[in-house]
Design a binder for this molecule. Structure first.
Ligand code: NAD
Ligand code: NA
Length: 396
């Protein structure tokens, strides 16, 4: 079939298998071009099919020749209906990994559930024995708690007062003012339950109890801080409360892993266009200005550049991992450079519908958004008939 993008707000209902595969190949080439990393050899990635998790899986596999198990929640294709991008990404990743002689298997299902955790444990026991790195990169708006069966929904709201600021509809380029009402009722708790550290800890608990973590195993989860303009809706908002919880959980996990000399880290990453971040108001305007400034300075990075740098310049240098005053790894350092932030804030003040395409990188934002779904990828012929029925090799 011919597959075209069908967007509705900040989601795209279709995705393109050839474009997704090309994205994966480009990321693999990038990692290979940067040379070998003396990293972990057996890696579990939770949230492995898109964004930072996919980049982590690719960096482990093609940077360190690692065997990888990937966990994600994606929709397979059905006759006449494309699957979700993570499905096509993973199919392409596995194909390339197997071609390179690398072990790669995937489990598609709800990572929050006990069943999927047990399946992963069984697969590790069967194929790898133990893993030495666990990347935790889930981004989800909902979580069904495995103990109670209760379904929690996260919200993106400020805490305490109404937040009013500019935002952009990146499809039309229209800059407008948006007001977001503060969290009420159980909003904060619910968001922490979905995006905080409880599930990460549950994963590490079961992996340790089942003896599938090797001596000195490391686990890394991803967080975000960002600038003052997004603070009320991000870091000081409901999602920020969840990130505080996630970051605090790293210390609990490290305590728990002491007996095997293991460690848990949180890495603070840069703001990037992913399915998760497109849904947060105000952030798209910030990102489009940030992209402009960072590209002009030649320091723009995507997910793969970020994670390749995380591995090669933070995790696996052979020296102690540099941490900030709160014990976190920082690869948002370039985003947070003073001159970058000052320039972004200057632009922020003046940004309007009329000047945004000039002063911001709206086109870069929009391209990245379409790329997430395999569209507008250079070199892909979208007029060509494509088979939407793609399978993930290890799922057969
Ligand atoms: P993403 O949406 O691209 O990836 C989310 C992954 O989680 C996908 O593989 C998806 O299949 C998987 N997933 C979602 N629900 C699942 C479930 N129930 N079971 C199994 N898998 C499930 O998101 P992302 O932007 O790469 O975010 C990953 C992490 O990075 C998050 O913690 C996010 O807060 C953090 N982060 C993102 C940014 C950003 O700007 N995008 C910046 C810093 C940190
Ligand atoms: Na991810």
């Amino acid at each position: 079939m011919i597959i075209e993008p069908r967007t509705r707000g900040f989601i795209c209902l279709t995705s393109h298998p050839t474009g997704c595969a090309q994205n994966v190949k480009n990321q693999i080439e990038y990692v290979k071009s940067k040379g070998k990393i003396e990293g972990a050899k057996k890696v579990l990635v939770i949230g492995a099919s898109t964004g930072f998790g996919l980049a982590s899986r690719i960096t482990s596999a093609f940077g360190s020749d690692a065997a990888t198990i990937g966990v994600f929640f994606d929709k397979p294709s059905t006759e006449g209906r494309p699957g979700s991008p993570g499905y096509y990404n993973t199919a392409a990743f596995e194909k390339e990994a197997h071609k390179a002689g690398l072990y790669a298997k995937s489990i598609n299902g709800d990572a929050f559930s006990n069943e999927i955790k047990q399946q992963v444990v069984d697969l590790i026991k069967q194929d790898l024995g133990q893993v030495d790195l666990v990347i935790y990169s889930l981004a989800s708006p909902v979580r069904t708690h495995p103990d109670t069966g209760k379904r929690y929904k996260s919200v993106l709201k400020p805490i305490g007062e109404v937040f009013t600021n500019k935002t952009v509809d990146f499809h039309t380029g229209k800059v407008s003012e948006i007001s977001i009402n503060p969290a009420e009722g159980d909003d904060i708790e619910n968001t922490v339950t979905v995006m905080g550290g409880e599930d990460w800890k549950m994963w590490m608990d079961i992996l340790k109890a089942e003896n599938v973590l090797s001596e000195g195993a490391t686990t890394v989860a991803y967080s975000y801080i960002g600038p003052d303009v997004t603070k009320p809706v991000y870091r000081n908002g409901t999602i920020g409360a969840a990130k505080d919880h996630l970051e605090a959980t790293a210390f609990k996990i490290t305590d728990e892993l002491k007996s095997i000399g293991g460690k848990a880290y949180v890495s603070v990453n840069k703001a990037l266009v992913t399915q998760a971040s497109s849904a947060i108001p105000v952030i798209p305007l910030y990102i489009s200005l940030l992209y402009k400034v960072m590209k002009e300075k030649g320091i723009h990075e995507g997910c793969i550049e970020q994670i390749q740098r995380l591995y090669s310049e933070r995790l696996y240098t052979g020296e102690e991992i540099p941490l900030d005053e709160k014990g976190r790894i920082r690869i948002d350092d370039w985003e947070m450079y003073e001159d970058v932030q000052e320039e972004v804030m200057e632009l922020w003040k003046t940004a309007t519908t009329e000047n945004l395409s000039e002063i911001g990188d709206l086109e870069g934002y929009s391209n990245d958004f379409y790329n997430l779904f395999g569209f507008k990828v250079p070199g892909v012929n979208y007029d060509k008939d494509v088979n939407e029925m793609v399978e993930i090799p290890s799922e057969n």
